[in-house]
Design a protein around this ligand. Structure first.
Ligand code: SAH
Length: 465
C-alpha cells in the first residue's frame, strides 16, 4: 500500500490554499464542504473563490506567498501554475510537518485527493495513488450509479438510534446482527424510498421487540421499452432485492436477467385478444404473494402508468393495505422516438404530443377524432397495429392530410428495432409489405420528417446498442 487512506477532520481548522484561480477554487470548494476555514493567498483571486472564503469565515491575502502563511494551518494546498513556487510551498510545509498537496505534482505531495463519492455522512474515497486518476474516477462513476443517492440517509437513521441500540445490545455480535438486519431489510427500503418517518417507526418497533408485520411489499416497476440501459437505478435495485418477479411479454429477456438470480419468475404476459392471465388474477396473485411476506416486483414494459394498468393493480394493493412503490420507466414513445431520431415536439412543427391507445373497443367510434386532427400536435399510438387501417382512415376522414408523415417503429430501442416511414395514406400498406408485427409504435405528425435530417442518428444509436 503506497498511501494510507485517512479521513481528515477539518471542521473549524485553518487550511492554506496558495493560488487564486480555477483549480484553487475547485479544491477550496471541497475544503469548505468539509468545514475548513480557508486562508487563500495569491496576487489575484477570482470572485467566486473570494465569496467562498468569506463564507468559510476565512481570509484572502492579495499578495505573494510567504512561509509565515503556514502559521496555524493543518493542511496546505498549492494550486498555482508557478512550479518553483509550488515546490517552495511543498518544501516549507514538509519542514514544518504540515501535510501538503500540490495539484498535479504527486512527487511534491505528502497527501493526495481521492476521487470521492459523497453520501454524507457516508463518504467513499478511491485512489490510484496518483498512477491512474482516470481509473479512480471511472470506479467512482460506477459506485455513483450503484449506491442510491439517498444512501447517506441510512447512516443518519442509524446515528439517531445508535445509543439506544447500544444500550439494548451490549454484545457487539448481537448489535452487528441487528444493524445488518436493518440495513438489508424493509426498514432500509423505506428510508431509501424517501419514507423516513415510516422507517423510523419500524426501527422503533424493532427496538421495542415488537414482531414486525410479515414484511411483504410490491414494487410496480417500469422496465422501459427494451434496452436494459434504459432502466432506472431504482428499478435495478428493487429487481435485485425481490423474491418474486411477475413479468409481461413486453419485458425483454435481457432485462429479466438483471433480476436477482434466485428470484422466482412468473410469466403473466398477455397478447392482444389472448389474455394469458386475466388482470383480476394478476391483482390477486400480487396480493397473495405480498401477504406471504414476499417482496414482489411487478415488472412492466415502459412506464407502469402509461397503458399499463398499473393503476388497477395498486388499487387492489391499497384495498388490502399492502405497501407498494411505483417506479416510473421510460415509456415506449420516449424510447422509440429517441432511438429512431424523431423528436416528439419541435418548435416549428409540434407544440404538443398525445399518447393514444389504438386498441379500439368497438371499431371506429371511441376516439375523439375531431381533437386528434388538430394541427401542431404529434400523435403516438400504442397498440395501434391491428386498428391501423381504421385509425388512418378516420384521421384522413376528419381532415388530416393523407400526406401527413408517419412512422412505424417495431421493437424500438432493442437490437431488433425496425423503423418504416411513410404517410397516413400508405401506412397500412407498409405494414403488409414489411410484415410489421407487435410491439410496434405508430407516430403521426410533421416531426417524422425530421428523421431524415437526423439520418446519422440511427447509426450512432446502433453503435451504442
Ligand atoms: N406501459 C407501456 C405500454 C404498454 S401498451 C409503455 O409505457 O411503453 C403496449 C404497446 O406499447 C405495444 O402495443 C406497442 O405499441 C408499445 N410498445 C411497447 N414497447 C415497445 C417497443 N419496444 N417498441 C415499439 N412499441 C412498443
Amino acid at each position: 500500500m503506497n498511501y494510507l487512506p485517512l479521513f481528515h477532520n477539518l471542521r473549524g481548522r485553518r487550511v492554506l490554499v496558495v493560488g487564486g484561480g480555477e483549480i484553487a477554487l475547485r479544491k477550496s470548494r471541497l475544503l469548505a464542504e468539509a468545514g475548513a476555514v480557508l486562508r487563500v493567498v495569491a496576487p489575484q483571486v477570482e470572485t467566486q473563490l473570494r465569496e467562498l472564503v468569506q463564507g468559510s469565515g476565512g481570509e484572502v491575502l492579495l499578495r505573494g506567498y510567504q512561509e509565515a502563511d503556514l502559521d496555524g494551518c493543518v493542511l496546505v494546498i498549492a494550486a498555482t501554475d508557478d512550479e518553483p513556487l509550488n515546490a517552495q510551498v511543498s518544501s516549507d510545509a514538509t519542514g514544518r510537518c504540515v501535510p501538503v498537496n500540490v495539484v498535479d505534482a504527486p512527487a511534491l505531495c505528502s497527501v493526495i485527493f481521492p476521487a470521492i463519492v459523497d453520501r454524507s455522512p457516508l463518504v467513499i474515497a478511491v485512489s490510484s495513488g496518483g498512477d491512474a486518476p482516470v481509473l479512480a474516477r471511472l470506479i467512482r462513476a460506477k459506485l455513483e450509479t450503484w449506491i442510491p443517492s439517498t444512501y447517506g440517509h441510512l447512516a443518519g437513521l442509524a446515528a439517531r438510534f445508535r445509543h439506544q441500540v447500544k444500550g439494548l445490545f451490549p454484545d457487539v455480535q448481537q448489535r452487528r446482527a441487528f444493524w445488518e438486519d436493518v440495513f438489508q431489510g424493509p426498514i432500509a427500503d423505506r428510508q431509501l424510498a424517501g419514507q423516513g418517518a415510516e422507517a423510523e417507526r419500524l426501527l422503533l418497533a424493532k427496538i421495542n421487540g415488537e414482531a414486525p408485520r410479515a414484511g411483504g411489499e410490491v414494487y410496480l416497476v417500469g422496465a422501459g421499452p427494451g434496452d436494459p440501459d434504459l432502466l432506472t437505478f431504482r428499478a435495478l435495485r428493487l429487481m435485485q432485492q425481490a423474491d418474486v418477479v411477475l413479468y409481461d411479454r413486453l419485458v425483454a429477456p435481457a432485462i429479466l436477467d438483471l433480476c436477482r438470480r434466485d428470484a422466482e419468475r412468473v410469466y403473466v404476459g398477455k397478447r392482444r385478444a389472448e389474455h394469458a392471465v386475466p388482470q383480476e388474477q394478476i391483482n390477486q396473485q400480487l396480493v397473495d404473494l405480498a401477504l406471504q411476506g414476499k417482496r414482489v416486483v411487478r415488472l412492466k414494459g415502459g412506464d407502469p402508468f402509461i397503458f399499463g394498468r398499473g393503476g388497477e393493480e395498486i388499487e387492489e394493493l391499497a384495498a388490502h393495505g399492502i405497501p407498494f412503490q411505483v417506479v416510473p420507466g421510460i415509456t415506449a414513445a420516449s424510447g422509440c422516438a429517441a432511438y429512431a431520431g424523431i423528436p416528439l415536439t419541435h418548435r416549428d412543427y409540434a407544440q404538443s404530443v398525445r399518447f393514444v391507445t389504438g386498441h379500439l373497443k368497438d371499431g371506429s367510434t371511441d376516439l375523439p377524432w375531431g381533437d386528434l386532427v388538430a394541427p401542431g400536435q404529434t400523435l403516438v399510438f400504442y397498440m395501434g397495429l391491428v386498428g391501423l387501417p381504421i385509425i388512418c382512415e378516420q384521421l384522413i376522414g376528419h381532415g388530416r392530410s393523407a400526406d401527413t408523415p408517419a412512422a412505424l417503429i417495431q421493437q424500438g430501442t432493442t437490437v431488433n428495432q425496425r423503423v418504416f416511414t411513410g404517410t397516413l395514406g400508405n401506412l397500412p400498406e407498409l405494414v403488409a409489405e414489411h410484415e410489421v408485427h407487435a410491439p410496434t409504435l405508430v407516430i403521426v405528425g410533421e416531426v417524422v420528417q425530421l428523421r431524415e435530417k437526423l439520418a446519422w442518428f440511427e447509426g450512432a444509436q446502433a453503435q451504442v446498442l
